[in-house]
Design a protein around this ligand. Sequence first.
Ligand SMILES: *[C@@H]1O[C@H](CO)[C@@H](O)[C@H](O)[C@H]1NC(C)=O
Ligand SMILES: *[C@@H]1O[C@H](CO)[C@@H](O)[C@H](O)[C@H]1NC(C)=O
Ligand SMILES: *[C@@H]1O[C@H](CO)[C@@H](O)[C@H](O)[C@H]1NC(C)=O
Ligand SMILES: CC(=O)N[C@H]1CO[C@H](CO)[C@@H](O)[C@@H]1O
Length: 434
Amino acid sequence: MNSSIISFIRIPRKTLRPSLNPLSMMQPTAIVYFLSLCGFLGAATVNVTFDNLQKLLSTALNDIQNNVDANLNTLELIRRAGYPAEAHVVLTEDGYLLTIHRIPGGKNSPVVFLQHCLLCSSAIWIIIGKEKALPYKLADQGYDVWLGNFRGNTYSKTHISLSPSNPKFWNFSYDKMGTYDLPAMISYVTNLTSKPVHTYIGYSIGTTTFYVMAIKRPEFAKMVRVMISLAPVAFVGNMTSLLRLFAPYTSSIEAILRFLGINEFLPKNSVLLYLARVGCNVDLFTQQICGIIVFLINGFNDEQFDYPLLPMLLAHFPSGTSVKTMAHFVQGVSSNKFRAYDYGREKNMQIYNATIPPDYDLSRITVPIALIHSDNDWIVNEKDLKILRDSLPNIVEDYRVPFPKFNHADFLLAKDAPTLVFEKVLEIVKNKVN
Ligand SMILES: *[C@@H]1O[C@H](CO)[C@@H](O)[C@H](O)[C@H]1NC(C)=O
Ligand SMILES: *[C@@H]1O[C@H](CO)[C@@H](O)[C@H](O)[C@H]1NC(C)=O
Ligand SMILES: *[C@@H]1O[C@H](CO)[C@@H](O)[C@H](O)[C@H]1NC(C)=O
Ligand SMILES: CC(=O)N[C@H]1CO[C@H](CO)[C@@H](O)[C@@H]1O
């Protein structure tokens, strides 16, 4: 059987007028939410033949059985690849303890700081493997490589006084990651190494939060000489991802989750647990197969995704964040603005002294920024990217990935990411710092 059995079509934003009841959508919402945010639902039209699917499944099954790596953490993975690795704990001004990872360089090595995507952790940078991953390439070239971890993910779930079972622990959106986490991590690194950050590389929310920091805490952005934005996310009003579906319901979904006491969004292994609950409840292998099918159906960039990476990916993604962070992004889809969290008119008045939350003023960012983006990114639409580009005063490079189907999730995971993206990154790291 050779016909295409799975085919995902891009949904034009105008046709999205769902009349679904948020409550009945709750469970599928969780999965679709995270898949779509990460661009998986937005992947190019995927054509997987039946034969192909069976082959992929049996390969993946074998791989899971033999996959030792899937059970290792970032530190162990780095060491297994033959590099030295360190973990450092950094305290934020508001009490979170973030564990950040390092592949130390020599005494004079310039510092490169990498910050992960939404629902990711430091592991996302190295899942693609030893000969390919960006941190290893940077280490090979003599850089001192640091991998940050935001509050709420697998490695940063500790606070000096709040337990993760306390809703207050989860009372943050990406605004706080930009206002507190990045300043804490960056000042820790510059203090320890007595050097500025030579290059900051952000991917997805790792770019959003950098912009927030550069606007709200410019004194910390000054510690960074060049910033590279991989799949830059600020304005999201024109995204074509299915995430749009939830825009009309953000406040109700958020309210319901709050009411149910759910403040943490998709912690590690939650997808596997979810699949188990909805009927894939045979054994661990079946759960994992279900997981794989979900990924297949929802569509990676078929030409670029390396299917044997799936067990590793499922082991390290999603890594958890707050419901409020998800809500903040979805607010951006409705408002078409890049602005502070919207609490509703009354509370906005108390918090911002205005009924509408203030915009993040991108024109105040002085750090030189290199943009790296792609045509088929369903999170970062060309129209939204244009607003960002027109707002940033100091763009030193504007590079479009030369592969038309390249999607949001492809930046670190695609087979050809090393040639299509990392080569350019290394070139910028080498040449753009004055
Ligand atoms: C979360 O933070 C907001 C804004 O600072 C505050 O108004 C609210 O009461 C907090 N909620 C919880 C549960 O701590
Ligand atoms: C920087 O290092 C010094 C000496 O180790 C320490 O006293 C100081 O608190 C550090 N500052 C930050 C921001 O980490
Ligand atoms: C709140 O906003 C009003 C009008 O914009 C302004 O006159 C007032 O000074 C502001 N209050 C504070 C505390 O900033
Ligand atoms: C160019 C374009 O179509 N931009 C649209 C992006 O979305 C906002 C609203 O969400 C529209 O106002 C813009 O016209």
